[in-house]
Design a protein around this ligand. Structure first.
Ligand SMILES: [Zn+2]
Length: 305
């Protein structure tokens, strides 16, 4: 199970907008010793690049959140076959978000990817479940369309097998609890389809959890005060299934409630440190400390400018 692994979370943040989060799964003593040996490398014209390659060629770097599937909807009407991901997609789709293509993923030595399945908040109470299923379909289709590059996986063992076979291990994260439509049955079926983490909320409340916007001073909508009793049941059911709880996008009280109820480590797939960037999408120091001490997760946030 993915949750059983020690997770080193390295979040990268560009200016003040939380964009990319990457983490390495499977850190063991051997991993740490190997990384230490890489750090000792000196005989190179580009020592830092050489050291980075030394680590990434031996252990999979996992990107925790990638919105490519949503771009298929925006730019290609969900048609996988009309898109060539071997092209430079920043020119093909010519949009600031369209930076992901196979040459860049390979150049970055990416070992694994959580492809994000996201549907807008205004689909909540309407067709969020259908839209979610359609986006899961898009993700599975583009993974299968590039069998030499991507391999669908849903266990940590298969992440490593895929990495050692030279593929980018491809997992699925569901971004937003509104996709389950308050149904534990829907949650369980998403797990069956391969979803291995779920972000508790996107930027809207569900009937059972507050999102980050309730922490904004100007917010004047409904406040649930974190997780409702049903929200706690959702978290425990995710724990039982082996679906990781992602706390990007949630309110601070929701983070704290989840940390009190969860029986497994959690993720912040695309958040940053509030004390470095005081946006309410980011994680405050007392929450970070609680995360580290309660769940033995080594968690590092790195600020890039
Ligand atoms: Zn997001």
């Amino acid at each position: 199970m993915l949750q059983a692994l020690l997770i080193i979370l390295i979040a990268s943040q560009i200016s003040c907008h939380p964009l990319n989060t990457r983490f390495v799964l499977g850190a063991t003593n051997a991993t740490i010793e190997h990384i230490a040996r890489c750090a000792l490398r000196k005989n190179s014209t580009n020592i830092h690049l050489d050291r980075a390659r030394c680590v990434l060629e031996s252990y999979p770097l996992i990107d925790g959140h990638n919105d490519l599937a949503a771009l298929y909807g925006i730019f290609a009407n969900d048609s996988v076959y009309s898109v060539d991901l071997n092209s430079d997609m920043s020119f093909v789709w010519n949009h600031s978000y369209s930076r992901v293509d196979i040459p860049k993923l390979r150049m970055g030595l990416l070992g694994g990817q959580f492809w994000s399945c996201w549907v807008p908040c205004d689909a909540q109470y309407r067709d969020a479940v259908r839209m979610t299923l359609e986006q899961l379909d898009v993700i599975k289709r583009f993974i299968n369309y590039y069998p030499g590059t991507f391999q669908f996986v849903d266990t940590s063992d298969d992440v490593l097998k895929s990495f050692h076979a030279g593929k980018i291990a491809s997992m699925i994260g569901l971004e937003g609890g509104h996709s389950i439509d308050s149904s534990l049955g829907a949650l369980r079926m998403y797990y069956e389809l391969g979803v291995r983490y779920m972000t508790v909320t996107h930027s809207c409340n569900t009937p059972w959890a507050d999102n980050w916007m309730v922490d904004e001073p100007t917010y004047n909508g409904t406040v649930l005060n974190g997780l409702t009793p049903f929200g706690k049941t959702v978290i425990l059911e995710m724990n039982r299934l082996g679906m990781i709880v992602d706390l990007a996008h949630v309110a601070k009280k929701t983070m704290l409630d989840v940390l009190n109820v969860t029986r497994a480590p959690v993720l912040f797939t695309h958040s940053s440190v509030f004390s470095l960037c005081n946006h309410h999408r980011n994680v405050q120091d007392d929450v970070l400390l609680k995360t580290v001490f309660n769940f033995t997760i080594a968690l590092f946030h790195v600020l890039l400018r």
